[in-house]
Design a protein around this ligand. Structure first.
Ligand SMILES: C[S@@+](CC[C@H](N)C(=O)[O-])C[C@H]1O[C@@H](n2cnc3c(N)ncnc32)[C@H](O)[C@@H]1O
Length: 286
């Protein structure tokens, strides 16, 4: 939508932009740069129209009556988050997970007499990431799944994407990298939509949670493995530090953390050491 065609009151003036940006930053850690102002404007304009509001200033008044858990904040966060994702995203990381990390975690759990392995997908969007992990484990480690109670949890700040995750219905674009073997085993086609089978859907639990909220994360318990990929890119340094500290607090002392392949903890945290794999890296506690 071209914002130039909108009535005057519907353009996002600088002052209101800064107020909105502060609210979004405070609630989610997401920092909207000046040059992305048009994106915020474009994404929220539909909402203003639906609410029959005439200006962004009126929207601010409407918003200020709430907090993170009121419907308008939920809508705002749905509108501004970038939820791009797909199944089997970044093969080298998934190879490292399958060939090295998961077997190591299983051995460790056996040595410690533990019967449970817990995996977290933080910023899971519409579920492709945790479902990919579930498919790999279901396909490659059937006996381990009998031996251990496996828990895979996905959380996101956007409720809209979580609803899609629960539906488990995907587009061609989303499944474009699914290997044939997995596609045949775990998807059913319905027109131009692809439905994930229940045996995989049932392996993942989803929650709405905020990476910035340390208490909320702690309530989820400790995880052997955390994927938090392509989430930190939307944060400024302070938010990254806070998010990584929150994840550190819920990572098992010998657990692994994967972040996006273009992301780094350089300058964000000294509490982790790098682990190198073939074309992939992960982090462990120092
Ligand atoms: C680009 S997607 C990445 C999805 C998936 N991890 C992947 O790599 O394919 C980023 C997700 O992070 C979520 N997100 C952003 N800020 C968040 C926060 N503070 N707490 C939880 N989730 C957040 C967004 O809603 C979005 O769904």
């Amino acid at each position: 939508m071209e914002t130039g065609n909108l009535p005057e009151g519907m353009t996002l003036d600088e002052d209101t932009f800064l107020q909105l940006r502060d609210i979004i930053y405070r609630e989610s850690g997401i920092f909207i740069q000046e040059q992305k102002k048009y994106l915020l404007e474009t994404r929220l304009i539909k909402r203003l129209k639906a609410l029959k509001l005439n200006s962004f200033k009126d929207y601010m008044k409407h918003l200020k009556n709430g907090n993170l858990n009121t419907p308008e904040y939920r809508y705002l966060l749905d509108a501004i988050t970038i939820n791009e994702t797909s199944f089997f995203r970044n093969t080298p990381q998934l190879q490292a997970f399958e060939k090295v990390v998961f077997p190591e975690l299983v051995n460790l759990a056996r040595e410690n007499g533990r019967r449970q392995i817990r995996i977290l997908s933080a910023g899971c969007s519409s579920g492709e990431e945790p479902y990919t992990l579930a498919m790999i484990l279901h396909r490659r480690f059937p006996t381990v799944l009998q031996e251990f109670q496996l828990e895979i949890i996905g959380f996101d700040i956007s409720q809209e994407v979580l609803q899609n995750a629960l539906k488990g219905e995907y587009s061609q674009f989303s499944i474009r990298n699914v290997p044939e073997e997995y596609f045949k085993a775990y998807f059913a086609r319905n027109g131009n939509r692809f439905l994930l089978k229940d045996e995989i859907k049932n392996m993942v639990k989803f929650y709405r949670a905020n990476l910035m909220d340390g208490l909320q994360l702690k309530r989820m318990g400790v995880f052997d493995l955390i994927f938090c990929r392509n989430v930190l890119i939307y944060f400024d340094k302070d938010s990254k530090k806070k998010a990584i500290q929150n994840l550190y607090n819920v990572l098992h002392p010998k657990g692994y953390l994967f972040i996006g392949h273009s992301e780094s903890l350089h300058g964000v945290s000294h509490a982790f050491k790098l682990v190198l794999f073939n074309k992939a890296i992960a982090y462990k506690k120092e």
